[in-house]
Design a protein around this ligand. Structure first.
Ligand code: KIV
Length: 272
């Protein structure tokens, strides 16, 4: 039975905290447009991330660095229009918050005002703490992102698993503790050893969302285009494909092309 507006309880940051407290896993996916956001919201996704991975899967860029604040706002606004239940988080793109905390706040305010999103996400720990604190002081909920932070890919030089060495693992734990202390409501941990995720999950009261970070995380996130099998050239070990839409779409388009070329489409019932 389809739920009416009155049946729908909006997911808030407090709801997510309660889910962690009660051992209920959090399901999060990315979305970048109205139509798919509507589908995944109606399928009971808890959190929708308007990720800067839009630079890859929508823009065709090699990294997430080129996407602009205006482009993130366009995607964020399209998603928010469709969503009734999920918490919507929008990524602050590369270059919109690292310079100084005033700029960071101005970027976050633009996202909140112009998209209607519920929260923003920023990559990094100690290095960006001033920016995170300033955004939080304006009453804007912040989700952190540690581990493999794609906006720093040029520093890392590779997309391999992060924090396998003690020094980087210790820094990650310290950063996570710091982000919780200053008031982040949740943290994404990307591509780190499962054991390290377990340690962070135990130490922190806020929900930890993993991507390639093992089963101990309080929730999981995947890029929608990857889990639906629309993208084919990205196959890390952590990715589970729930469909092969690349084949489905390709097959439908081939049949359409064929029908048009053979004068089968449109037929008499499909015209005025
Ligand atoms: O931009 C994105 O899609 C992300 C997820 C991979 C967590 O940040």
């Amino acid at each position: 039975m389809k739920k009416t507006k009155q049946d729908i309880t909006k997911v808030t940051t407090q709801v997510l905290r309660g889910m962690k407290e009660h051992g209920k896993k959090i399901a999060m996916l990315t979305a970048y447009d109205y139509t798919t956001a509507k589908i995944i919201d109606q399928a009971n996704i808890d959190v929708i991330l308007v990720g800067d991975s839009a630079a890859n899967v929508i823009g065709g860029h090699r990294t997430t660095l080129p996407i602009t604040l205006d482009q993130m706002i366009y995607h964020g606004r399209s998603v928010v229009k469709a969503v009734e239940r999920a918490l919507v988080v929008v990524d602050l793109p590369f270059g919109s918050y690292q310079g100084n905390s005033r700029e960071a706040l101005a970027s976050a305010i633009r996202i909140m005002k112009e998209t209607g999103a519920d929260a923003v996400k920023l990559e990094g720990g100690k290095e960006i703490v001033e920016s995170v604190e300033r955004i939080l002081s304006a009453g804007i909920p912040v989700m952190g992102h540690l581990g493999l932070t794609p906006q720093s890919i040029n520093k890392f030089g590779t997309y391999v698993v992060r924090a396998t060495e003690k020094a980087e693992a210790d820094k990650l734990v310290k950063d996570a503790v710091l982000l919780e202390k200053i008031g982040c409501f949740s943290i994404v941990l990307e591509k780190i050893p499962a054991k390290l995720t377990k340690k962070v999950v135990k130490e922190l009261a806020i929900p930890i969302i993993g991507i390639g970070a093992g089963c101990a995380a309080d929730g999981q996130v995947l890029v929608l285009h990857d889990m639906l099998g629309i993208t084919q050239d990205f196959s890390p070990r952590f990715l589970r494909r729930y469909a092969n839409l690349n084949d489905v779409i390709g097959d439908a388009v081939r049949r359409y092309v064929d029908d048009v070329k053979t004068h089968d489409f449109p037929n008499v019932k499909e015209q005025y």
